[in-house]
Every structure is written in structure tokens, then in C-alpha cells.
Design a protein around this ligand. Structure first.
Ligand code: NDP
Length: 486
């Protein structure tokens, strides 16, 4: 998550022509709004990830991070709630923790009613106005940025996207005029500082907002970051994407796939296309099959309620691992521009034939050696058939990969922690890190028929003992595809 967020911030940094972090800090006034700030993801992942960026200097000095959720909480209460999670990441640097927390404030509001968003929009605009005063940047002033991060259940995405667009989606929009707009710190009961030591700058000249007739300076931005899951199948994903797309254009949307931020995944393009020797062997003439494996050595452990609605194919394979497959098998992009990379990914995903039941083995872990089975998790509905393991054989029907089976295998409660890609040969001679809508559609199109068969009970669910390698039928599928375990 840290790396993914870093991408949003650092790609923005490139756009602002800032050569150094200091230049970045001087150039931008950035508001980050965490919607669902009272939740699990926010405290465990989102805020700690932002703290990392802050410590590394990837965030501008003039920064406010506004938490928004329905829970009634003051800004100091939010900070107290976050502090232990940040301290874990701080390497004992308590001062950095407090500096970061000084940038954080909280605003309580509903997700469906306009009132909270109106207050939020006014607070953002007021703070921006305050931060622009006294800047040496030529008119219309320094660059402004708003990042909205939805750490919320997807059921509320459409209404939140609509309200954010209406009340907070326009720089110099509603509430930004004149001196009446309250600063975020005032609206939220104190807390957002002027950005690591610059608080005094705006404070004495508050109220001199940028004139509304001016357009925001070039390089200003408003972006919306979404967490998975992006739908349940092709149809629900399309409905959600259309709803969100009616309020936010694709270029302002960042759908997080944490896997795309991982270093190995990021390096895959370099490995494939910057290395002519490696690249020359990357095709069906030299590779007979590929295994993409993701193993977790633990079960759901009390979070089965969430997992049970999705299962391993929706949770890991349809999104993260299919992205790995796309990066592994795509053709060289015209350039490293994110859209060129994503165009190539979409092209190769469209060549993947949807697998049928005969191409899949699914399983569910059972109790073994003192460890509970999936059905022993009290948050899992009794008798659930949700797969915690799946091995799926895919074929990429194009010139490069025709006839090369690719097996994606993922499971919980297995014998080890592993994320690996293996290719077998010898016998046969920056929005790039975010998922575009057409990629999402192509990925769901691959898996929706299989998921429908699994949901309908048309695919047998094998049991496998906690801590094992998974169902033996998965080995049979791999062997039948030409994979020899060495
Ligand atoms: P939570 O269930 O903790 O929800 C986050 C916040 O949303 C809650 O604090 C609550 O805030 C509000 N909320 C919860 N349920 C509802 C509801 N039915 N209607 C309206 N608001 C609600 O979720 P997480 O923080 O765990 O996850 C947030 C998103 O991130 C989800 O989409 C999840 O799938 C995804 N995700 C989570 C991961 C994790 O590790 N937790 C990992 C990867 C993705 P309040 O009541 O104060 O408004």
C-alpha cells in the first residue's frame, strides 16, 4: 500500500516538474481525505502508509490529512487512535509521529447526505485559500491537490463518489470564495497544521482566498483512490464502474491493486523488456508452462465473514494474480506511459480464454494439528462451500503463448508463505500501477463463468488439511499441464 500510494504522490511530483522533495514541498498544497477513517483499513494500513511517505519526504510540507466518517470523534481522539499504529512503524522516532499527527484532523459526517460534504468542501477550500496566501507563485497561485481515499465498503462507493464530486470535487469550487470559508482545522476542531512548520504563513493572512474566476494552476489535481473489491462478477463490476464513472472521469480514478506496488511485480517489466537475453526466450518456443503461486500459511482467523462473501478466486486471483499474468505475458508497450502499458495488458487479457470447471481445482482447509478448519471460524456461515484454495489453468491464445498452460494457484492455510512465478523450459526449447476500467472488465470476463459454476456448486470443493500443500487434485492439474515438480 505504501508503494502504491507513493506512486500516486511521486507521479504527481513528476508532473509538477519538481526536481527535489524540497521543491515539491514548496510547490504544492495537498489535502488527503481518508473516507472511512474510523475503520480497520484506515488505522492499520492507510495512515501508516501515509506516515511512511511523510517520513521519507514524499509528501509536501503544506499538507493536511482529513479523516471523514460517521463515527463521532474529535481530532485529538482520532490522533490517539492512530498513534499506536504509527509508533509501530516509526523506529522510535516519536517526533516524526507527532509531526505527522499534527497534520491530521477529523470531520464527522454521513455518506449519503450532503451536509457533511458541504462542510468538508468548505473546509478544504478554506485551508487551500489559507495556504495560498503569501505565496510567491505567479497568479493563480501555487498548485493545489486533493486526494480522496475511499477506505469504505464498496456498497457506499456510488453515493460517496456522487457527493464528493458535487461538493468537494472542484478546486476553487463551492465554498472556496472569500474569507468566509473555514479552514479545515477550524471546521474539524483543530489539528491540521500549516504543513510542518509553515502554519504561521497562512494563519496571519487567513481569508484572502484565490479568486474564483481563476482556474487552478496547471498541475493541480483532484484524484479519487478506490480499494478493491471492484464488484462481484462482470455484471456487478460494470454497474459499479458505470455509476462511479458518471461522476468521476477515468483519469481521476485510481483503483488500487496492492500487488502492482510490489517491487517484484514492478521489476517484471524491466526484467522482460530491458534484458534482451531474457526477452528472447520469453515465448512458447522456450517455455512449456508457467506457474504463478501465492500461498499464505494462515487461515481467515476471525475475518472469515468478509472473506466468505468473496472466496479465494475473487480475493486474490481475479485481481492481483491476473495482473501478474498480464505483466508476464504482455507484449512490449509502445512507451512506458501508464496508458501504453495498460493497453498492452488489456490486449493480452482479452486473449485469455475463460477457464471451465475442468481447468480448476478448488478446496477448503480443514482442521489439522491443533489448527482450526475454515468452518471452525465463528465468522464463517455454517456449511459454507467458499473456496479457500484454487488452482486455475489458463491459456493465452496468441502467437507468443499459444499452447503454454499457465496455472495460477492461491490458497490460505498452506504449508508456507510464498509468492512466486516459475517458468518451465529446456524440454521445449504510474497509472500503470493502478487498474483501468477495461482491464477490470477483461479480468472479470475471464473468471465470471468459472465463478458462476463454483457458486452454483458445479465444481467439487476438495478439503485439504491446514498447513498442507493444498488438495492433491491441484498437483494432478499441474502434471496434466506438463509441469514436473523438481
Ligand atoms: P470497515 O468495515 O472497518 O469499514 C470502514 C468504515 O466504513 C467503518 O469504520 C465505518 O465507519 C464505515 N462503514 C462500515 N460499514 C458500513 C456500511 N455498511 N455502510 C456505511 N459505512 C460503513 O472496513 P475496512 O476498513 O476493513 O475496509 C475498507 C475497504 O477496504 C473495504 O472495501 C475492504 O474490502 C477494503 N480492504 C480492506 C482491507 C483490510 O485489511 N481491512 C484490505 C484490502 C481491502 P463509520 O461507521 O464511522 O462511518
Amino acid at each position: 500500500e505504501r508503494l502504491v500510494l507513493q506512486r500516486v504522490c511521486s507521479s504527481a511530483r513528476d508532473e509538477w516538474h519538481a526536481d527535489t522533495v524540497d521543491a515539491l514541498g514548496a510547490q504544492l498544497r495537498l489535502s488527503i481525505v481518508v473516507l472511512g477513517a474510523s475503520g480497520d483499513l484506515a488505522k492499520k494500513k492507510t495512515y501508516p502508509a501515509l506516515f511512511h511517505l511523510f517520513k521519507k519526504g514524499f509528501l509536501p510540507r503544506r499538507l493536511q490529512i482529513v479523516g471523514y466518517a460517521r463515527s463521532k470523534m474529535s481530532s485529538p481522539e482520532l490522533r490517539d487512535r492512530l498513534r499506536p499504529f504509527l509508533e509501530k512503524e516509526s523506529n522510535g522516532d516519536g517526533e516524526a509521529v507527532e509531526q505527522f499527527l499534527n497534520s491530521c484532523c477529523y470531520l464527522a459526517g454521513d455518506y449519503d447526505a450532503p451536509d457533511g460534504y458541504e462542510r468538508l468542501g468548505a473546509a478544504l477550500a478554506g485551508w487551500e485559500a489559507q495556504m495560498c496566501v503569501g505565496s510567491s507563485a505567479p497568479p493563480p497561485g501555487p498548485r493545489l491537490g486533493r486526494l480522496f481515499y475511499l477506505a469504505l465498503p464498496p456498497s457506499v462507493y456510488p453515493q460517496v463518489c456522487q457527493r464528493l464530486r458535487e461538493h468537494c470535487g472542484t478546486l476553487y469550487g463551492k465554498g472556496s470564495n472569500g474569507g468566509a470559508a473555514a479552514s479545515a482545522s477550524a471546521a474539524a476542531g483543530g489539528g491540521a497544521n500549516g504543513g510542518g512548520g509553515n502554519g504561521g504563513e497562512g494563519g496571519s493572512r487567513r481569508g484572502a482566498a484565490a479568486p474564483s474566476a481563476l482556474l487552478p494552476p496547471e498541475g493541480s489535481f483532484v484524484r479519487l483512490i478506490l480499494e478493491k473489491p471492484f464488484g462481484h462478477d462482470l455484471q456487478s463490476s460494470e454497474v459499479l464502474a458505470t455509476q462511479i464513472g458518471s461522476f468521476w472521469p477515468e483519469e481521476q480514478l485510481y483503483r488500487i491493486d496492492h500487488y502492482l506496488g510490489k517491487e517484484l511485480v514492478q521489476n517484471m517489466l524491466m526484467l522482460r523488456f530491458a534484458n534482451p537475453i531474457f526477452g528472447a526466450f520469453f515465448n512458447r518456443h522456450y517455455i512449456s508452462n508457467i506457474q504463478i503461486t501465492f500461498k499464505e500459511p494462515f487461515g481467515t482467523e476471525g475475518r472469515g465473514g468478509y472473506f466468505d462473501q468473496y472466496g479465494i478466486i475473487r480475493d486474490v486471483i481475479q485481481n492481483h494474480l491476473i495482473q501478474v499474468l498480464a505483466l508476464l505475458t504482455m507484449e512490449a508497450p509502445v512507451s512506458l506511459h501508464p496508458d501504453d502499458i495498460r493497453d498492452e495488458k488489456v490486449k493480452v487479457l482479452r486473449c485469455v480464454a475463460p477457464p471451465g470447471p475442468a481447468d480448476a481445482v478448488v478446496g477448503q482447509y480443514s482442521a489439522d494439528q491443533g489448527q482450526p478448519g475454515y468452518l471452525d471460524d465463528p465468522t464463517v456461515p455454517a456449511g459454507s462451500r467458499t473456496p479457500t484454495f484454487a488452482a486455475v489453468r489458463l491459456l493465452v491464445r496468441n502467437e507468443r503463448w499459444d499452447g503454454v498452460p499457465i496455472i495460477i494457484k492461491a490458497g490460505k492455510a498452506l504449508n508456507e508463505r510464498l509468492a512466486a512465478v516459475r517458468g518451465k523450459g529446456a524440454d521445449r526449447g504510474d497509472q500503470q500501477h493502478f487498474v483501468r476500467r477495461d482491464e477490470l472488465r477483461a479480468a472479470w470476463a475471464i473468471f465470471t463463468p468459472l465463478l458462476a459454476a463454483v457458486d452454483a456448486g458445479a465444481v467439487p470443493v476438495h478439503t485439504y488439511p491446514y498447513g498442507s500443500r493444498g488438495p492433491s487434485a491441484a498437483d494432478t492439474l499441474a502434471n496434466d499441464s506438463g509441469y514436473v515438480r523438481t
